[in-house]
Design a protein around this ligand. Sequence first.
Ligand SMILES: N[C@@H](CCC[C@H](N)C(=O)O)C(=O)O
Length: 306
Amino acid sequence: MTLHVTKGHGTRNDFVLLDDADGAVDLTPALVRALADRRSGVGGDGVIRLVRSAAADDAAAALAEDPGAAWFMDYRNADGSVAEMCGNGVRVVAAFAERLGVWDGSGELVLATRAGVRRVRRLPSHEVPAEDGAPWYEVEMGAWDLPGGPAAVDDGGDAQVSVAGLEVARPALSVDVGNPHTVVALADLGSLAQADLTRAPLVAPAPPHGTNVELVVPLGEGPDGAGRLRMRVHERGVGETESCGTGACAAAVAVRTWAGAHAPETWWVEVPGGTVRVRVVGGRVLLAGPAELTFEADVAGPVATR
Ligand SMILES: N[C@@H](CCC[C@H](N)C(=O)O)C(=O)O
């Protein structure tokens, strides 16, 4: 079997992309692990299959929401598990859709995902932060939710997280942005650097479907009036990654919620792989950031896995 793959990343959260319009590829967990393997495969934090919604069973709910969502983003974590959403992945898929010619980059790309419909627009060059040469895309990420309810905020959180390298367990807030997140605020950048994310943080109570854990340090407001925060993330199904788009959204929602009514709407979220912009507009959240396609290859497979 030979697969044509494209590699792409958004703030160095990297993906193996498959053009599978008719849903012909049997994307088993073993094939995902083989493609994502950084030694024997192509390498990536995840594998994304772009398939026509009509050929994807998991697109049904999104199609009911908007029958115009012609393409489905089938997202898999590097360990082969299925995830509902990937914020950096949506932007990379937009770049991929442009490359494939199924979207011309104007107006909106309406994508079906397991978390519902996501609308993407390519930012005009005057809206792209000057230092970034890559194209930027903004994604309407939909509604956010605090599964622990408002009481969780008054209590400082609805979970406790223990992180290797940091002595004590910390209170944390669960945030749902289509996929599950647990956000932990740290006091300073020294603690953020000290955290050992080579091991998964322990979250109590354990979320039923696992969670992505974000460690965040709020950095105040910049001259533009936007909030800033720095973040590291341990992703469910992957490990520590250099960026997580849904994680950035969850982090901004949590920090804004903790800060109270007068907190800024716009947040610059600094991750090891770059910077993304999050806008929390009422009950909804928008994510903007770069996306780049780096190479294409034909892969003879299935590639061996351990
Ligand atoms: N990196 C992604 C999130 C990918 C899915 C996540 N690991 C999960 O299992 O929920 C992003 O940019 O949002």
